[in-house]
Design a protein around this ligand. Structure first.
Ligand SMILES: NC(=O)C1=CN([C@@H]2O[C@H](COP(=O)(O)OP(=O)(O)OC[C@H]3O[C@@H](n4cnc5c(N)ncnc54)[C@H](OP(=O)(O)O)[C@@H]3O)[C@@H](O)[C@H]2O)C=CC1
Ligand SMILES: N[C@@H](CC=O)C(=O)O
Length: 424
């Protein structure tokens, strides 16, 4: 039976999960693929950090060349993270004629198009299923199962740390700081959790999703990105009384003219919506399409085995094509020129949390202002003595900012919060 050899670049959480799946399912893989898949080498930066307790049957090497010049190695798995060195390694591996699998979301969000083009020009695979929502096979589903679908929108909970933090604040009454510490203790958060909290991690994953779902490559500076660190327990309580949960959502909505609106940030999800059931560190991607209707993909967004399972799926896709001498399909969609919403990051609906210091005077002025912007105060609920919550439909982000600026100038009102609402 033929053997296909692979090499790891880095051997941390994802690589060791990948190795574990390959070893544990060795027989099943060999039988179903009519081919054996074996790890031959792993590039390590610091052998001292390598966990010796794990049994391994591959060679540990210190230089990339030891992998690139080994002609028996067909597939390179980049599992180091970071941008510059990882990019150099992937380019070098492709130029050396090796197929590449990576879980690197930062690199694939930033340089995905360029690297995919390089792989395609070489007739090689560059697969990165594990880069978005770790254990959920969403990218391949978008590429294959939704090939003929015209998606209208995609909303995802694609950062497990921020979902865990907001869930703990909602369900256990923890403060933001307590919930963040718990996320660190449980290993969901990155070593430096800044990008989990400020929305950048989810924005990178959304950029990758949009390439596969809508064919558009979106630079991160064109997205409206907000973090979850300003969410307070009071907001959670107040919005809950109105029937909403605050969730870390990444959303892309395509309008009838083909313009995409993209945003990431804490958003209000009606309690009876499927995305409201996605709690703790779990991830989900909810799509609405012309033909498929509503579909939700749900699963773990992180962890050695779930993520390793997706890396193995990418490896086996390549193995399958090699064994059957088939063309290697590119993990990309037809390219559509970037077309962001004319209204610049339109938000379907907004939620405002006001403190009316002088209730009667404030309310009068607030209603007049909303009228001026063509928005509606369609849910106005006093909470406590001076709090009022209001929801206005379908405002643009630019209008929202202007409205807020005007509100802040009114005596007797202080605006505390603004949250978008998941489009119904
Ligand atoms: N963990 C998860 O659940 C998920 C991770 N990912 C992505 O997968 C990738 C890997 O993540 P993860 O496994 O968690 O990271 P880890 O930190 O656990 O592992 C990274 C490994 O790469 C090694 N490494 C880093 N830089 C170099 C280098 N210059 N040369 C050689 N080896 C190097 C590290 O070595 P050393 O020990 O010396 O630092 C370590 O062994 C990242 O891109 C991450 O974003 C994606 C989805 C989920
Ligand atoms: N820190 C990330 C891990 C996976 O990408 C998250 O919390 O989702």
């Amino acid at each position: 039976m033929e053997t296909i050899y692979i090499a790891f670049l880095g051997f941390g959480t994802v690589a060791s999960g990948t190795y574990q799946v390959l070893k544990q399912q060795e027989e099943k893989i060999a039988t179903s693929m009519a081919c054996q898949v074996q790890v031959k080498k792993a590039l390590l930066r610091n052998r001292g950090n390598y966990v010796k307790t794990a049994h391994h049957d591959f060679e540990l090497v210190d230089s990339l060349d030891a992998i690139l010049t080994d002609e028996s190695i067909t597939i390179v798995v980049e599992a180091m993270g970071g941008v510059d060195f990882a990019k150099d390694c992937i380019e070098a591996a492709l130029k050396a004629g090796k197929h590449v699998v990576t879980a690197n979301k930062i690199l694939m969000a930033q340089n995905g198009e360029e690297l995919t083009n390089l792989a395609q020009s070489q007739g090689l695979a560059l697969y990165y299923e594990a880069a978005v929502a770790g254990g959920i096979p969403i990218l391949e589903s978008l590429r294959t199962s939704f090939r003929a679908e015209g998606l209208h929108s995609l909303s995802g909970i694609i950062n497990g740390t921020s979902n865990y933090i907001l869930s703990e604040m909602t369900d256990q009454g923890l403060s933001f700081e307590e919930a963040l510490q718990a996320a660190k203790d449980k290993g969901f958060a990155e070593t430096d959790p800044t990008n989990d909290i400020d929305g950048l991690d989810a924005a990178r994953k959304l950029a990758i999703l949009c390439r596969l779902a809508f064919g558009m490559t979106i630079p991160l500076d064109k997205m409206a990105i907000r973090g979850i660190d300003h969410v307070t327990s009071e907001d959670i309580k107040n919005t809950s009384t109105l029937g909403y949960l605050i969730k870390p959502l990444a959303t892309a909505i395509l309008d009838d003219d083909g313009a995409l609106s993209v945003q990431v940030g804490p958003s209000l999800v009606p309690k009876n919506h499927q995305l409201a059931t996605v709690t703790g560190p779990m991830n989900a991607i909810y799509t609405r399409g012309w033909a498929s209707g509503e579909v939700m993909f749900y699963g773990p967004g992180t962890g050695a085995l779930p993520t390793g399972n997706m890396v193995v799926a990418d490896i086996l896709k390549i193995v399958d094509a090699l064994v059957h001498q088939e063309h290697i399909p590119a993990l990309s969609r037809y390219h559509v020129p970037l077309n962001l919403s004319a209204a610049d990051r339109e938000i379907f609906a907004n939620f405002y949390h006001f403190k009316l210091l002088d209730r009667d005077k404030g309310l009068f002025k607030l209603t007049a202002l909303f009228e001026k912007y063509g928005a509606s105060l369609n849910q106005l609920t006093p909470i406590g003595r001076h709090h009022v919550l209001a929801i206005s439909q379908a405002m643009t982000w630019q209008d929202s900012k202007e409205l807020i600026a005007e509100i802040e100038n009114i005596d007797g009102i202080s605006i505390d919060r603004i949250y978008p609402i998941l489009g119904q």
